[in-house]
Design a protein around this ligand. Sequence first.
Ligand SMILES: C[S@@+](CC[C@H](N)C(=O)[O-])C[C@H]1O[C@@H](n2cnc3c(N)ncnc32)[C@H](O)[C@@H]1O
Length: 196
Amino acid sequence: MAHKFDTDKLEKLNDPERKKLLDPDIIWETLKLEDPEILVDIGAGTGFFAVPFSRKMKNGKIYACDVSEEMVSWMKNNLSKEDLEKIVPLKTEESRVDLPDCIADLVYMINVYHELENPQMMLRETYRILKENGRTAVIDWKKEEHSFYSIPGPPLHRRVSKEIIKKELTDSGFDFISDLDILTHHSFIVGVKTLP
Ligand SMILES: C[S@@+](CC[C@H](N)C(=O)[O-])C[C@H]1O[C@@H](n2cnc3c(N)ncnc32)[C@H](O)[C@@H]1O
């Protein structure tokens, strides 16, 4: 069974220091979304990314999905009323996201891929819920040792290489796989759903 984030350490996810490694503004700008209607955050945790992303959206909505009931309850109880007008916390299953087909402009997973039991089943699920030309973005720890012990992250053996993420996106039906090499310690891989 894949190792899951320890919900007792939930507050760690809200540490503003994380922005030095994963700046939501930089990620948002890189994605170049044009007035998106629906985003789906898989493994949203405490909404560390869903909150800043939702504030950049004019009218859209973000489904902040998590397999952990604690995370979903935390978002419902701690996000502001204004943020919850645009963010919908949603308890999901390991490889099943209970949303309709073809609704999302973007599905993203940040620091989640290495926790998935069956990444390809999840990728096929993200493909199902995306609109035509919608994209799935996978951002996760690079599979490399680093010499700075102050930098957190899962042990090397749990990390997934870029090559595997790209292959699993391709095998799940995604096209135009791009490797956005803009983050020092994270892979940032995007695939597009083009219809056959
Ligand atoms: C390390 S935390 C990252 C949270 C958030 N993305 C962030 O970076 O702040 C990983 C999260 O993914 C969730 N998770 C793990 N497997 C999942 C799955 N199959 N579907 C949805 N959420 C999952 C965990 O419960 C946890 O909240």
